[in-house]
Write a protein that binds this ligand. Structure first.
Ligand code: GSH
Length: 88
C-alpha cells in the first residue's frame, strides 16, 4: 500500500478492539497511538480529525492527510486497499 497509516485507539475501547482484530486476521501491522495513555496523541487526533473519538485512522498520501472515523469504515477501507495492492 502506498499510503502511510496511524491508528489512533486505546486498549479498553471495544470498537478499537474490532479494528485490531481485523488487522491481526489480515496480517496488517500498522503503527498505533494510544489516546488514553498519550495526551499528545489525543491532541493530534482532535486537531487533525476534529473529534477525540476512537478508533480513527490517519491516512497520509502524497503529503495529504485524511482522518477516517468509524470502526467498520476503517475496516472496509483497509480491506479494499489490501485487496487493491494484492492485485497490483
Ligand atoms: N461507531 C463508532 C463508535 C466509537 C466509540 O464510541 N468510541 C468511543 C470509545 S469506545 C469514544 O471514542 N468515545 C469518546 C472518547 O473516548 O473521547 C465506531 O464504530 O467506531
Amino acid at each position: 500500500m502506498s499510503e502511510r497509516y496511524t491508528l489512533y485507539q486505546y486498549d479498553s475501547c471495544p470498537y478499537c478492539a474490532r479494528v485490531r482484530r481485523f488487522l491481526a486476521e489480515a496480517g496488517l501491522d500498522l503503527p498505533m497511538k494510544d489516546t488514553l495513555r498519550d495526551p499528545e496523541a489525543r491532541r493530534e487526533l482532535i486537531a487533525g480529525g476534529g473529534s477525540p473519538q476512537v478508533p480513527c485512522l490517519r491516512i497520509e498520501r502524497d503529503g495529504r492527510v485524511q482522518w477516517l472515523y468509524e470502526s467498520l469504515d476503517i475496516i472496509d477501507y483497509l480491506r479494499g486497499r489490501a485487496a487493491a495492492s494484492a492485485q497490483s
